[in-house]
Ligand binder design. Structure first.
Ligand SMILES: Nc1ncnc2c1ncn2[C@@H]1O[C@H](COP(=O)(O)OP(=O)(O)OP(=O)(O)O)[C@@H](O)[C@H]1O
Length: 311
């Protein structure tokens, strides 16, 4: 396990800041980085990986900086849409090259190469030149390279983009396994449903600043207040009961969407409905809380937050 710390980091290009005063600490788990186009996610990954030096502040992995310590940098693998693989070499020869760079011994490295090829559905494409692959296949080859040396810290910039649903679900299962083994996995994505499903916590970046961090539902509450929308399906005259309870609701496609303050209020609502003789068949959040967060980002800039998790 490795701890990744980002302390008061400002960074950017040619003196122009993109990231401003970013503070984060990441340990074992799957950490999702969310933010609109241009928010600074890729820049953050380049800084975390030790590739782009910050203007101010420090990045530390278990106490040492990847920007100045090669051994520390080798604890981190970064996968972006530019896989940095040699286009004229085959997939397998690229991986053999990187296995040598990583210093993996030959026999186990051939086994490991076979494993990552299989994991990413590349076994049949092993002898194809990188330059002849489709975008999704190229993306998979870049991920295979990142996974090869089992680094304690994985930084994956939009790893699911361009992947088919089967590969996406195999990948998320693999990432969960790594996180359970103690790896630190940081993933950026625009796929909110995926993020909501696999994130241990979400960091929201907007215009280079962290504006929130936490588990998706907690983040939504912290950024948008406590309104929580539930889709309730049940028997009986639910609208009349909701009127009596003084709750705001709207009817949608055979269900009622009710606004309550938080999860505890949702539990109280179910108890009230049952007490009123309504047979509740289904209670689910009306939509992914991250969609609310994302939608809000399009309209206003929340106050900056530090990178600590919202409990
Ligand atoms: N090499 C570079 N030189 C100068 N400016 C850059 C460079 N790379 C990125 N930028 C600028 O930095 C800002 C943040 O870009 P970045 O790629 O980090 O955003 P992002 O959140 O990853 O976006 P997306 O979701 O579109 O991938 C943008 O304004 C971008 O134009």
């Amino acid at each position: 396990m490795a701890e990744l710390e980002v302390l008061n980091v400002s960074a950017g290009y040619r003196g122009r800041p993109v990231l401003r005063d970013v503070n984060l600490e990441y340990g074992a788990g799957i950490h999702v980085l969310l933010g609109p186009n241009g928010a600074g996610k890729t820049t953050a990954f380049r800084v975390l990986a030790g590739i782009l030096a910050p203007f101010e502040g420090t990045v530390l992995v278990d106490g040492t900086a990847p920007h100045t310590h090669t051994e520390t940098k080798s604890l981190i693998a970064l996968a972006t849409h530019r896989s940095a693989l040699a286009p004229r070499l085959s997939v397998v020869d690229n991986l053999r090259y990187w296995a040598r760079v990583l210093g993996l011994p030959p026999r186990p490295s051939e086994e490991r190469i076979a494993e990552v090829l299989d994991l990413l559905g590349l076994t049949d494409l092993a002898d194809r030149r990188i330059g002849s692959l489709s975008r999704g296949q190229n993306q998979r080859a870049g991920l295979a390279k990142a996974f090869l040396g089992r680094p304690p810290i994985l930084l994956l910039d939009e790893p699911m983009s361009g992947l088919d649903p089967t590969t996406t679900s195999q990948l998320t299962e693999y990432l969960r396994g790594l996180a359970n083994e103690g790896h630190t996995v940081v993933v950026s994505t625009h796929a909110l449903a995926d993020a909501n499903r696999f994130a241990d916590d979400v960091t929201v970046l907007q215009k280079g600043r962290i504006v929130g961090r936490g588990e998706p539902a907690a983040l939504r509450t912290a950024l948008l207040g406590s309104a929580y929308r539930l889709r309730v399906r049940g028997s009986g005259d639910m609208p009349a009961v909701l009127d009596r309870l003084g709750l705001r609701y709207e009817e949608q496609q055979g269900a009622v969407v009710v606004e309550v303050s938080d999860e505890r209020a949702a539990e109280a609502l179910v108890a009230d409905l049952v007490r009123e003789g309504i047979g509740v068949r289904e209670v689910v959040p009306a939509r992914n809380p991250l969609e609310d967060v994302y939608q809000q980002l399009q309209t206003e800039v929340p106050a900056p937050a530090d990178g600590r998790r919202i409990p």
